[in-house]
Design a binder for this molecule. Structure first.
Ligand SMILES: CC(=O)SCCNC(=O)CCNC(=O)[C@H](O)C(C)(C)COP(=O)(O)OP(=O)(O)OC[C@H]1O[C@@H](n2cnc3c(N)ncnc32)[C@H](O)[C@@H]1OP(=O)(O)O
Ligand SMILES: CC(C)C(=O)C(=O)O
Length: 476
């Protein structure tokens, strides 16, 4: 994953707006491009402190200074394993031990003398000799470190162990102690929360839990757990969390798993009829917090597990009245689709309901023709001819591929009916082979309303065009 300067600016601005206190904008030593990006972020005048990762080397500090950052995350190997591997020294040898303490302290002092805030970070602290770790922190503090950090570099901590360690360190190490957890055993969030409970001053968190290997502690999970399960006021604008999560996922190209807590596509989405039956009476029955708390909306989807309440709700949303017999028929058809293994999109339900209720609606957006081209080195391009509210619209656009170009062209062609966004795009090959039937499912939005729709064809561009137009017709 590599972010451009523009991407870093967008993410840093969103994080600042979210209310985070420190933004680690990159490692200045990485490359000239990385330095340009860090400098650009530092020049934004954000409220957050802008920080760069540095090794225990004065030349790394010099590069961070070139970027005009406020602070450095000065990382010092602390376990004997890391010290031996990186520095070829042994903390159990008295001379080597003193050398490491001296080296770390002098780089901290160098950074401080150049006006930087120093977060003095013990790498692999969870596998370090605890006595040496405390000596290392003492050396950092004696040389001016403003904060200390305890890194669980390969995710070895458990919540109980973390609580005990932070209970001992947090108020006796001589400076506020941050926690930096990795998720190798899936415990990064639990360990970070345990550290906060025991007095950690700061947590190193990442949006969507991204990070090296299995990632770091997910910001959104830590914040919402602290607020809701422990009654803390974190000062974070939680209502921005989903929007920032989407931005980071888009710019890093790292999709969020549908079942990811709080920000996954399935959180706050309900399908089971037995759940929906209660949910419509009291949302708390199947939601621990309201979706709006993290900037989301509730969704009830239809499928094999739908019940009468789900159908009733969906019909109300469509503003359609059905009698009991008609509802039974809609219910039956929804179940039939579910039994075939199909997800019932909002557009599918509308089609079923209109067919059962014998309503004939002229679609607002009708496809007359489209074409798309792609190749190398040409730029992917698409043209569409649509009928929008009876008026012919012809649009051409380019994109990252022919599908993107076609969807952009459609979005331009329908701009007269409003701003329709594509929130999610998903492709499944239903059959095997290069002539497979391809199913495209899209989630689209307009003025806060979100709908799902599907297209199924052997041609992926046609399936995408069909899905998008189906979704648009549900929204306008
Ligand atoms: C995902 C993250 O960004 S987490 C933060 C970690 N950040 C990064 O790794 C930044 C990206 N890294 C890079 O671009 C490169 O690794 C560079 C430019 C930093 C260094 O590249 P190279 O000089 O080729 O060294 P290489 O990466 O092979 O090895 C790292 C060197 O740093 C040394 N080192 C690593 N950590 C430390 C430390 N905390 N203090 C002092 N030295 C350290 C290693 O001992 C090794 O030194 P050696 O080459 O003398 O053996
Ligand atoms: C970059 C450093 C802080 C790290 O990821 C770790 O030690 O866990």
């Amino acid at each position: 994953m590599a972010l451009s300067t523009d991407d870093k600016i967008k993410i840093a601005t969103a994080l600042d707006d979210l209310g985070v206190h420190v933004i680690e904008a990159g490692s200045a030593v990485t490359s000239a491009g990385e330095r340009a990006a860090i400098k650009a972020v530092a020049g934004l005048g954000l409220n957050a402190e802008i920080c760069s990762y540095c090794r225990m080397r004065t030349d790394d500090i010099d590069l961070a200074l070139e970027c005009d950052v406020d602070s450095v995350h000065l990382v010092v190997p602390s376990s004997n394993l890391h010290i031996e591997t990186k520095l070829k020294k042994d903390i159990f040898d008295q001379k080597d031990r003193e050398d490491v303490l001296q080296m770390a302290g002098s780089v901290a002092e160098y950074a401080k003398s150049h006006g930087l805030i120093v977060e003095f970070s013990a790498e692999d602290a969870s596998r370090a000799d605890f006595k040496f770790l405390k000596d290392l922190y003492a050396s950092g503090v004696a040389h001016g470190a403003d904060r200390l950090c305890y890194c669980d570099t390969v995710g070895m901590l458990t919540p109980e162990k973390t609580f005990n360690i932070f209970s001992e360190l947090a108020f006796s190490a001589g400076a506020p102690v941050s926690v930096h957890c990795h998720n190798d055993f899936g415990l990064a969030v639990a360990n970070t929360v345990a550290a906060f409970r025991a007095g950690a001053a700061e947590g190193h968190l990442t949006i969507n839990g991204i990070g090296e290997r299995s990632g770091n502690a997910a910001l959104e999970e830590v914040i919402v757990q602290l607020e809701h399960l422990y009654g803390a006021d974190t000062g974070i604008k939680t209502e921005n969390l989903y929007q920032v999560s989407r931005l980071v996922s888009k710019l890093t190209n790292i999709p969020v798993s549908p079942n990811k807590a709080l920000i996954g596509g399935n959180s706050f989405t309900h399908e089971a009829g037995i759940h929906v039956h209660d949910l419509v009476k009291n949302t708390a029955s199947y939601e621990p917090i309201s979706p709006e708390f993290v900037g989301r909306t509730r969704r009830v989807v239809l499928g094999k597990h739908a019940g009468a309440s789900s159908i009733e709700l969906a019909l109300t949303e469509l503003k359609l009245d059905a009698n009991d017999v008609q509802k039974q028929e809609i219910f039956k058809r929804v179940k039939e689709m579910g039994d075939k293994g199909l997800r019932v999109t909002d557009a599918d339900l509308q089609t079923i309901a209109e067919s059962v209720l014998e309503i004939h609606c002229e679609p607002t957006v009708k496809l007359k023709s489209f074409s798309a081209v792609s190749g190398r080195p040409s730029i992917p391009m698409a043209s569409v001819i649509l009928e929008v509210n009876g008026k012919e619209e012809v649009c051409v656009d380019t994109g990252d591929g022919p599908v993107d170009a076609a969807i952009r062209a459609i979005q331009r062609a329908v701009s007269s009916v409003g701003d329709i966004g594509l929130e999610e795009y998903h492709v499944d090959a239903i059959t095997g082979g290069t002539d497979a039937l391809v199913e495209v499912t899209v989630k689209m939005s307009k003025d806060g309303k979100v709908v799902t729709a599907r297209g199924a064809r052997t041609d992926i561009i046609e399936a995408s065009v069909e899905a998008v137009i189906n979704g648009m017709n549900r929204l306008v």
